[in-house]
Ligand binder design. Structure first.
Ligand SMILES: [Zn+2]
Ligand SMILES: [Zn+2]
Length: 222
């Protein structure tokens, strides 16, 4: 499950980009808000208790390090992890820095997914808009079909690869919990950004509030 879901999510997001050239801004924002609330809630109920249950407060440092790692990754990804790209669509060259940054993000967050069902769903759901936007960007740049398949294929296997390596390395708790804390920091930053950037000027938005409640509630139940 933890290998298949994140992979399938990329396939779904990428296919959607071929099927619907343009998704309405509102729908995209609701999907982003939903995935942000889901991820935030999954971190809160799955990762944070486990990290702090250990009684080792130094793991907090890894969590903060995760936040900073994500900030640095976003210099290169231009925000593609939280569902949009602040890059010009007409640049012809392939955005290598953006792609590598997305892959590092996906690889890292795949590592602690072995026994985490809520986080696996959360990570998978938030890959849908990433794959959608990135594929849309490649289509807009008239990338060849084989190039799109190669690029999206590499991105799709990144999280499962992280899971696989972490599982085979058989990390003990002393290594796994810091990794979890690091990924918790990464995901905290992404999820709060997802929620923040999907709102317009702090206006109350009932639809957004409802999808966020649904996202948070689902993560609690899974
Ligand atoms: Zn942004
Ligand atoms: Zn992510």
């Amino acid at each position: 499950m933890n290998y298949l879901l994140p992979f399938l999510a990329v396939v779904i997001g990428s296919l959607a980009a071929f099927l619907f050239k343009e998704v309405s801004n509102l729908r995209m924002k609701l999907l982003l808000a939903f995935s942000g609330a889901f991820l935030l809630s999954a971190v809160a109920v799955e990762f944070l208790p486990e990290i702090y249950e250990s009684g080792n407060a130094t793991y907090g440092i890894y969590l903060i390090a995760g936040v900073f790692i994500q900030i640095i990754l976003e210099f290169f990804s231009k925000g593609a992890e939280h569902g949009h790209m602040h890059v010009r669509k007409d640049v012809a060259s392939f955005p290598y820095a953006l792609f590598v940054s997305l892959c590092i993000h996906a690889f890292l967050e795949g590592m602690p997914l072995q026994d985490a069902s809520g986080m696996t769903y959360g990570v998978a759901i938030h890959k849908i808009p990433i794959a959608f936007i990135f594929t849309g960007f490649l289509i807009a740049n008239k990338a060849s079909m084989s190039k799109i398949l190669l690029v999206i294929g590499i991105f799709a296997v990144m999280s499962p690869l992280g899971s696989l390596i972490a599982q085979n390395a058989n990390f003990n708790v002393d290594i796994m919990l810091p990794i979890k804390a690091l990924v918790a920091g990464i995901v905290l930053h992404v999820s709060t950004t997802l929620i923040l950037e999907s709102s317009d000027g702090h206006q109350f938005n009932l639809a957004k509030m409802l999808v966020m409640l649904a996202g948070a509630g689902l993560a609690f139940m899974i």
